[in-house]
Structures are given as C-alpha cells and as structure tokens.
Design a protein around this ligand. Structure first.
Ligand code: TYD
Length: 292
C-alpha cells in the first residue's frame, strides 16, 4: 500500500481500517539541496505529515497505550554542524542549519510533545548519512556512481573537506529493528557508522573501487572529479557518538566502509535498468537546475 502522509483523510482511513498498534515512521523529504530550493515542501511533508500520523495514532489509542509505540526515525542534522572535533550526543543541542534539518527537528519536537501531552509511548533515533542499494541518485554516493557510468563530472561542493559519518543501510535497518523492539520509551538513540570521511576522500575511494570492478586503468574515474560552488550553509562536519545504543542494546555496525561501499557499487553496477528508469524524466530537470 502506498500513500502520501500529507493526505490526512487517507492516513486516518488506513489507521481506522488496520488499527496499527505501532508506527515506524521513516517517510520524509530527505535531500538538503531540494530543501534549499523548496523549504515549504519540507515543512509540509516532514512536519505536517508527521502530525497527521501522530493525530491518527492518538485518535486510535488515546488512554489505551499498553503495548503501543510510535517510533520516529530522524537525522543527526538536527544537531547542526561540528567543528574539527567533538561528536553529536543524544543530549547535544538542536541547532538545525538547513530547511531540511529544521523540518526534521520540528518533527522530532512534535513527537516528543505528543509523548508529554498525550502520554503517547514514543522513541526517536537520529542517524548519520545512509548509503546502500536503492538510494536515489540525488545523494552523493549514487550520484557519483551514476555519473561515472555516464562519463559525467563528479561535482564536489566547495573544497571537499566537509565530513560525514556513513552508515550502511542494512546496519541502519538492524538498529531500527532493535530500537523498535527493545528501546526504552521516551528515549532518543543516535545511530552512526563509526565511520567519518571527508567528501573528497570518499569520492576518491569510490572512484578506485569502480575502476577496479570495471577493470579500467586506476585514475580513470578520478579524472571526472570537479570542484563546484559550495552548497549554501553547508555543514562542515557531522559525527555521531553511537555508544549509548551500543551500551544499552549491544548494537554495532556489521560492515566496514570499504565493504559497504563495495556492496553498494556492485548493486548499482548490476542494476543499470533501475538507474536508467529513475534518472529519466524529472531527474533530468532536477539535475539541470541543481548543477547548471
Ligand atoms: P548528501 O548525500 O546530499 O547528504 P547530506 O547533505 O545530508 O549530508 O551529501 C553528502 C555530502 O556530500 C555533503 O557534505 C554534500 C556533499 N555533496 C557534494 O559535494 N556534491 C554533490 O553533488 C552532493 C549531492 C553532495
């Protein structure tokens, strides 16, 4: 079943029909560059959409919360940007810098407020940058793989020294499963890959792995790297302290970045039809306006 979380009527009707006793809420607009172009769309989906889910859940179960749970999946970007050192902790101050981050911070606050106001049992997790199969090629890793395959330039914003923590999607899924079943109510858990990387180092590693897999001369893909105008308000560094999740529930990522990246590249190299399908049509317009 597919639907739009901003469609209040639809949300209410499926909650009334299926009487869900739990919600795992991952639906969101998630790309920072699109949020810079259209902040309102992010407020609508991420904030209003979340309120629609909270309202539908609250109407179903209010005063009868035994065995119920609303789990909101959020991002480390709500904490803003780090300098050269330090890590985001669950207690770090919210300081969102992009419209995307602000919309996710807003939705986190609404979830917590429904817990306080209506006693709704909730849990929140804030994760770092996900990567893996099926990621839309607006994000750095699939965008670069797609561009290498099409012999197009690899756009690096600014000087490429911005740093992110990368989390393989299967590891994020295992964390979600654990937090959903075992996480403590009203708690927040940070989920990260223990894996910080500067954008330029990531793209170079990606280029080397692709050249190797395609049995091409090492350096072929790297030649496509192009430094472009920086993203406005570009956060310098995200890094997650995921030790609470490890201490409380024993979670750790299962793959190294090299392994995760290798599996991801293999998936895209074997999924060219999927890539062609999702990059036709409106993707071309997005790409032209974003990278003109
Ligand atoms: P992205 O995948 O958009 O995730 P986020 O902005 O949520 O961290 O970008 C990851 C990093 O890569 C970020 O620092 C911005 C940078 N980036 C580029 O340098 N070029 C690009 O074309 C894109 C999409 C991102």
């Amino acid at each position: 079943m597919h639907g739009d979380i901003t469609d209040e009527k639809y949300i209410n009707s499926i909650f009334n029909t299926y009487k869900f006793d739990a919600v795992i809420h991952l639906a969101a607009e998630s790309h920072v560059d699109r949020s810079i172009a259209d902040p309102l769309m992010f407020a609508k989906t991420n904030i209003i959409g979340t309120i629609n889910l909270l309202n539908a859940f609250n109407s179903l179960w209010k005063n009868n919360w035994e065995g119920k749970r609303f789990y909101h999946i959020s991002t480390d970007e709500v904490y803003g940007s780090l300098g050269e050192s330090g890590l985001f902790e669950e207690t770090s101050m919210y300081r969102p810098n992009s419209p995307y981050a602000a919309s996710k911070a807003g939705s986190d606050h609404f979830v917590r407020a429904y817990g306080e106001t209506y006693d709704m049992p909730y849990v929140i997790s804030n994760c770092s940058n996900n990567y893996g199969p099926y990621q839309f090629p607006e994000k750095l890793i699939p965008l670069c793989i797609n561009n290498i395959l099409n012999n197009k330039s690899l756009p690096i914003y600014g000087d490429g020294k911005n740093t992110r923590d990368w989390l393989y999607v299967i590891d994020h899924a295992s964390a979600i499963d654990l937090i959903f079943h075992k996480g403590k109510a009203s708690e927040t858990y940070n989920v990260g890959g223990f894996n910080e990387c500067k954008n330029i180092d990531l793209v170079k590693l990606l280029c080397q792995q692709v050249d190797k897999k395609l049995k091409r001369k090492l350096g072929t893909s790297e030649k496509l790297i192009t430094f472009v105008k920086d993203r406005p308000g570009h956060d310098l560094r995200y890094a997650i302290d995921a030790s609470k999740l490890n201490r409380a529930l024993g979670w750790l990522p299962s793959v190294t970045f090299e392994e995760g990246l290798s599996k991801t590249i293999d998936w895209y190299l074997n999924s060219k039809d999927w890539l062609e399908n999702v990059t036709s049509g409106s993707y071309q317009n997005y790409y032209k306006s974003q990278y003109k």
